[in-house]
Write a protein that binds this ligand. Structure first.
Ligand code: SF4
Length: 122
């Protein structure tokens, strides 16, 4: 079986063809212009990960939400659990861009980091 996917490791976006055996084992990867494409395709078929961008509620802030993102990709299989955790999360203003909102979120080894500043409301 041949699966197609686009490498998102850089803006070139190579179209990769991944040949899988009957047991789902990767037999061949083609279409990559550099070795990172092989790593990307391998991870996609074994342990896919994504950077999560999400807003977090802020108490006493000039805005109700602060944008955040994980500083490392997190396993796709844990995304829903992490999103549910973050929905219940509240942080107190002020929040500065670069602040770690949650360290090692749900034991993923990734920190949730604020990507903007929210000052305390007057
Ligand atoms: S295979 Fe290499 S060149 Fe192609 S999109 Fe991935 S990182 Fe970029």
């Amino acid at each position: 079986m041949i699966k197609k996917l686009t490498c998102i490791s850089c803006p070139i976006g190579c179209e990769l063809s991944v040949t899988l055996g009957e047991n789902g084992k990767i037999l061949k990867i083609e279409g990559n212009r550099c070795p990172r494409g092989v790593d990307y395709a391998t991870n996609e078929f074994t342990d896919p990960k994504r950077i999560l961008t999400i807003s977090v509620r802020v108490e006493e802030g000039e805005m109700e939400l602060v944008s955040t993102r994980t500083d490392k990709p997190i396993p796709k299989k844990k995304l829903n659990e992490i999103i549910e955790y973050i929905k219940k999360l509240r942080v107190n203003a002020p929040v500065k861009r670069g602040d770690i909102i949650v360290e090692n979120i749900l034991e993923t080894g990734s920190n949730l980091v604020a990507t903007r500043t929210v000052n305390k409301k007057d």
